[in-house]
Design a protein around this ligand. Structure first.
Ligand code: SAM
Length: 234
Protein backbone atom coordinates (compact mmCIF):
# COMPACT_ATOMS: atom_id res chain seq x y z
CA UNK A 1 0.00 0.00 0.00
CA UNK A 2 1.12 3.55 -0.54
CA UNK A 3 3.44 5.23 1.93
CA UNK A 4 2.69 8.07 4.33
CA UNK A 5 5.18 10.91 3.87
CA UNK A 6 3.94 13.34 6.52
CA UNK A 7 1.65 13.49 9.57
CA UNK A 8 0.69 16.94 10.79
CA UNK A 9 -1.89 18.39 13.18
CA UNK A 10 -5.08 19.64 11.54
CA UNK A 11 -5.00 23.45 11.15
CA UNK A 12 -8.24 23.88 13.02
CA UNK A 13 -9.26 20.92 15.16
CA UNK A 14 -7.60 19.72 18.34
CA UNK A 15 -6.53 16.07 18.28
CA UNK A 16 -7.20 15.67 14.55
CA UNK A 17 -4.33 14.97 12.14
CA UNK A 18 -3.76 14.95 8.39
CA UNK A 19 -1.91 11.98 6.90
CA UNK A 20 -0.18 12.89 3.67
CA UNK A 21 0.56 10.09 1.19
CA UNK A 22 3.32 9.85 -1.42
CA UNK A 23 0.82 10.48 -4.24
CA UNK A 24 -0.08 13.82 -2.61
CA UNK A 25 -3.48 12.73 -1.29
CA UNK A 26 -4.45 13.46 2.31
CA UNK A 27 -6.61 11.67 4.88
CA UNK A 28 -7.88 12.51 8.34
CA UNK A 29 -6.64 10.60 11.39
CA UNK A 30 -6.59 10.61 15.17
CA UNK A 31 -3.75 9.55 17.44
CA UNK A 32 -4.46 5.99 18.61
CA UNK A 33 -5.07 5.87 22.37
CA UNK A 34 -4.70 2.06 22.26
CA UNK A 35 -1.76 1.45 19.89
CA UNK A 36 -1.87 -1.74 17.83
CA UNK A 37 -5.68 -1.95 18.08
CA UNK A 38 -8.07 -1.31 15.21
CA UNK A 39 -11.79 -0.63 15.56
CA UNK A 40 -13.25 -1.04 12.05
CA UNK A 41 -10.42 -2.19 9.81
CA UNK A 42 -8.90 1.30 9.54
CA UNK A 43 -5.27 1.79 8.56
CA UNK A 44 -2.74 2.31 11.38
CA UNK A 45 0.27 4.53 10.73
CA UNK A 46 3.35 4.84 12.94
CA UNK A 47 4.96 8.27 12.82
CA UNK A 48 7.31 10.13 15.14
CA UNK A 49 6.94 7.68 18.03
CA UNK A 50 3.13 7.67 17.95
CA UNK A 51 0.49 5.68 16.12
CA UNK A 52 -2.35 7.21 14.12
CA UNK A 53 -5.67 5.70 12.98
CA UNK A 54 -7.06 6.78 9.65
CA UNK A 55 -10.51 8.37 10.14
CA UNK A 56 -12.81 7.47 7.26
CA UNK A 57 -15.41 10.15 6.42
CA UNK A 58 -17.54 7.53 4.64
CA UNK A 59 -17.80 5.63 7.93
CA UNK A 60 -18.03 8.50 10.43
CA UNK A 61 -20.27 11.54 10.03
CA UNK A 62 -18.07 13.61 12.33
CA UNK A 63 -15.10 12.95 10.03
CA UNK A 64 -17.33 13.90 7.07
CA UNK A 65 -18.18 17.21 8.75
CA UNK A 66 -14.48 17.91 9.35
CA UNK A 67 -13.57 16.93 5.78
CA UNK A 68 -16.27 19.36 4.60
CA UNK A 69 -14.76 22.23 6.55
CA UNK A 70 -16.82 22.51 9.76
CA UNK A 71 -15.33 25.49 11.61
CA UNK A 72 -15.85 24.55 15.23
CA UNK A 73 -15.93 21.13 16.91
CA UNK A 74 -16.35 21.56 20.69
CA UNK A 75 -14.16 18.54 21.55
CA UNK A 76 -10.74 18.84 23.18
CA UNK A 77 -8.45 17.09 25.61
CA UNK A 78 -10.51 16.15 28.68
CA UNK A 79 -13.96 16.86 27.17
CA UNK A 80 -16.82 14.75 28.57
CA UNK A 81 -19.32 13.68 25.91
CA UNK A 82 -22.71 11.98 25.94
CA UNK A 83 -22.97 10.02 22.67
CA UNK A 84 -26.46 8.85 21.70
CA UNK A 85 -26.59 6.09 19.08
CA UNK A 86 -23.09 4.64 19.57
CA UNK A 87 -23.65 1.62 17.28
CA UNK A 88 -20.44 -0.43 17.25
CA UNK A 89 -18.39 2.59 18.24
CA UNK A 90 -16.72 3.90 15.10
CA UNK A 91 -17.16 7.62 15.83
CA UNK A 92 -16.96 7.24 19.65
CA UNK A 93 -13.56 5.55 19.21
CA UNK A 94 -12.15 8.59 17.39
CA UNK A 95 -13.64 10.92 20.01
CA UNK A 96 -11.96 8.69 22.60
CA UNK A 97 -8.60 9.26 20.88
CA UNK A 98 -9.19 13.04 20.85
CA UNK A 99 -10.32 13.56 24.47
CA UNK A 100 -7.61 11.27 25.88
CA UNK A 101 -7.35 9.71 29.34
CA UNK A 102 -8.93 12.68 31.13
CA UNK A 103 -11.96 12.71 28.83
CA UNK A 104 -15.03 10.47 28.86
CA UNK A 105 -17.42 9.24 26.19
CA UNK A 106 -20.69 7.98 27.69
CA UNK A 107 -21.97 5.89 24.78
CA UNK A 108 -25.66 4.96 24.69
CA UNK A 109 -26.93 2.25 22.30
CA UNK A 110 -30.31 0.49 22.51
CA UNK A 111 -29.90 -2.52 20.22
CA UNK A 112 -28.62 -5.44 22.35
CA UNK A 113 -27.01 -7.12 19.34
CA UNK A 114 -25.14 -3.96 18.28
CA UNK A 115 -24.27 -3.18 21.91
CA UNK A 116 -22.68 -6.60 22.34
CA UNK A 117 -20.43 -6.06 19.33
CA UNK A 118 -19.49 -2.64 20.75
CA UNK A 119 -18.65 -4.18 24.16
CA UNK A 120 -16.51 -6.91 22.60
CA UNK A 121 -14.46 -4.30 20.72
CA UNK A 122 -14.04 -2.14 23.82
CA UNK A 123 -12.85 -5.05 25.93
CA UNK A 124 -10.42 -6.09 23.19
CA UNK A 125 -9.02 -2.56 22.92
CA UNK A 126 -8.96 -1.66 26.58
CA UNK A 127 -10.30 1.86 25.95
CA UNK A 128 -10.85 3.15 29.45
CA UNK A 129 -12.44 6.49 28.59
CA UNK A 130 -15.52 4.99 26.91
CA UNK A 131 -18.48 4.12 29.15
CA UNK A 132 -20.88 1.82 27.27
CA UNK A 133 -24.53 2.11 28.27
CA UNK A 134 -27.28 -0.21 27.00
CA UNK A 135 -30.22 2.19 27.06
CA UNK A 136 -32.84 4.03 25.05
CA UNK A 137 -31.98 7.68 24.33
CA UNK A 138 -35.69 8.57 24.45
CA UNK A 139 -35.67 7.79 28.18
CA UNK A 140 -32.67 9.52 29.78
CA UNK A 141 -33.85 8.62 33.29
CA UNK A 142 -32.91 5.00 32.42
CA UNK A 143 -29.22 5.92 32.62
CA UNK A 144 -29.32 9.05 34.79
CA UNK A 145 -27.45 7.17 37.54
CA UNK A 146 -24.45 6.45 35.32
CA UNK A 147 -23.89 9.81 33.67
CA UNK A 148 -22.43 12.93 35.28
CA UNK A 149 -22.49 16.41 33.73
CA UNK A 150 -21.16 16.55 30.16
CA UNK A 151 -19.65 19.32 28.03
CA UNK A 152 -21.12 17.98 24.78
CA UNK A 153 -24.16 15.89 23.83
CA UNK A 154 -23.97 14.25 20.38
CA UNK A 155 -26.82 12.40 18.69
CA UNK A 156 -26.93 10.11 15.66
CA UNK A 157 -29.79 7.68 16.32
CA UNK A 158 -31.25 7.81 12.79
CA UNK A 159 -34.79 8.31 14.12
CA UNK A 160 -37.38 11.07 13.88
CA UNK A 161 -37.58 13.72 16.59
CA UNK A 162 -33.86 13.64 17.28
CA UNK A 163 -33.81 17.30 18.33
CA UNK A 164 -36.37 16.63 21.06
CA UNK A 165 -34.48 13.54 22.27
CA UNK A 166 -31.26 15.54 22.31
CA UNK A 167 -32.83 18.48 24.19
CA UNK A 168 -34.35 16.08 26.76
CA UNK A 169 -30.91 14.56 27.35
CA UNK A 170 -29.35 18.02 27.54
CA UNK A 171 -31.84 18.93 30.30
CA UNK A 172 -30.54 15.99 32.32
CA UNK A 173 -26.84 16.01 31.58
CA UNK A 174 -25.50 19.08 29.75
CA UNK A 175 -23.43 21.54 31.80
CA UNK A 176 -24.35 25.24 31.53
CA UNK A 177 -22.89 26.69 28.32
CA UNK A 178 -22.44 23.19 26.88
CA UNK A 179 -22.68 22.23 23.21
CA UNK A 180 -24.82 19.82 21.23
CA UNK A 181 -24.07 18.14 17.92
CA UNK A 182 -26.89 16.70 15.87
CA UNK A 183 -26.87 14.62 12.70
CA UNK A 184 -30.06 15.55 10.86
CA UNK A 185 -31.58 13.56 8.03
CA UNK A 186 -33.61 15.09 5.26
CA UNK A 187 -31.25 17.40 3.54
CA UNK A 188 -31.74 17.19 -0.18
CA UNK A 189 -29.00 15.55 -2.24
CA UNK A 190 -29.17 18.69 -4.34
CA UNK A 191 -27.34 21.23 -2.18
CA UNK A 192 -29.00 24.11 -3.99
CA UNK A 193 -32.52 22.88 -3.12
CA UNK A 194 -34.17 24.42 -0.06
CA UNK A 195 -33.94 22.54 3.23
CA UNK A 196 -36.75 20.07 3.82
CA UNK A 197 -39.60 20.52 6.30
CA UNK A 198 -38.11 17.92 8.66
CA UNK A 199 -34.85 19.76 8.72
CA UNK A 200 -36.53 23.09 9.50
CA UNK A 201 -38.64 21.49 12.23
CA UNK A 202 -35.60 19.96 13.92
CA UNK A 203 -33.78 23.31 13.86
CA UNK A 204 -36.88 25.02 15.27
CA UNK A 205 -37.13 22.49 18.08
CA UNK A 206 -33.54 23.24 19.06
CA UNK A 207 -34.21 26.99 19.08
CA UNK A 208 -37.40 26.59 21.12
CA UNK A 209 -35.49 24.51 23.64
CA UNK A 210 -32.97 27.30 24.19
CA UNK A 211 -30.16 26.48 21.77
CA UNK A 212 -28.31 28.92 19.57
CA UNK A 213 -27.45 27.36 16.20
CA UNK A 214 -23.76 27.92 15.48
CA UNK A 215 -23.18 25.98 12.29
CA UNK A 216 -24.72 23.58 9.78
CA UNK A 217 -22.57 21.49 7.43
CA UNK A 218 -23.70 19.19 4.61
CA UNK A 219 -22.06 15.77 4.62
CA UNK A 220 -22.09 15.15 0.86
CA UNK A 221 -20.42 13.35 -0.87
CA UNK A 222 -19.57 11.14 2.12
CA UNK A 223 -23.18 10.85 3.20
CA UNK A 224 -25.88 11.99 0.81
CA UNK A 225 -28.77 12.32 3.23
CA UNK A 226 -27.48 14.15 6.31
CA UNK A 227 -26.15 17.38 7.73
CA UNK A 228 -24.29 18.08 10.98
CA UNK A 229 -25.58 20.87 13.21
CA UNK A 230 -23.64 22.41 16.11
CA UNK A 231 -25.51 24.45 18.72
CA UNK A 232 -24.90 25.92 22.15
CA UNK A 233 -27.18 26.08 25.17
CA UNK A 234 -28.02 29.70 25.91
N1 SAM B 1 -22.97 7.23 15.34
C1 SAM B 1 -22.50 5.95 14.88
C2 SAM B 1 -21.13 6.15 14.28
O1 SAM B 1 -20.89 7.14 13.59
O2 SAM B 1 -20.25 5.30 14.51
C3 SAM B 1 -23.54 5.35 13.92
C4 SAM B 1 -24.95 5.44 14.50
S1 SAM B 1 -26.22 4.59 13.61
C5 SAM B 1 -26.58 5.73 12.30
C6 SAM B 1 -27.62 4.77 14.65
C7 SAM B 1 -27.58 3.90 15.91
O3 SAM B 1 -28.53 4.43 16.84
C8 SAM B 1 -27.98 2.45 15.67
O4 SAM B 1 -26.97 1.60 16.18
C9 SAM B 1 -29.28 2.28 16.46
O5 SAM B 1 -29.42 0.98 17.05
C10 SAM B 1 -29.15 3.35 17.53
N2 SAM B 1 -30.41 3.86 18.06
C11 SAM B 1 -31.55 4.13 17.39
N3 SAM B 1 -32.49 4.60 18.22
C12 SAM B 1 -31.94 4.65 19.46
C13 SAM B 1 -32.40 5.06 20.74
N4 SAM B 1 -33.65 5.50 20.90
N5 SAM B 1 -31.56 4.98 21.79
C14 SAM B 1 -30.29 4.52 21.61
N6 SAM B 1 -29.80 4.12 20.44
C15 SAM B 1 -30.60 4.18 19.37
Amino acid sequence: SIEVVEVRPHERHFGVYALKFEDGSERLATRNLTPGKRVYGERLVKWGGAEYREWNPYRSKLAAAIANGIKFVPIQEGTHILYLGAASGTTPSHMSDIVGERGLIYSVEFSPRVFREFMEKLVDQGRRNVVPILGDARFPYQYAHYVKGVDVAYIDVAQPAQAKILADNADYFLKPGGYVMLVIKAMSIDVTAPATETFKQEINTLKERGFEILETVHLEPYDTAHAMVVARKR
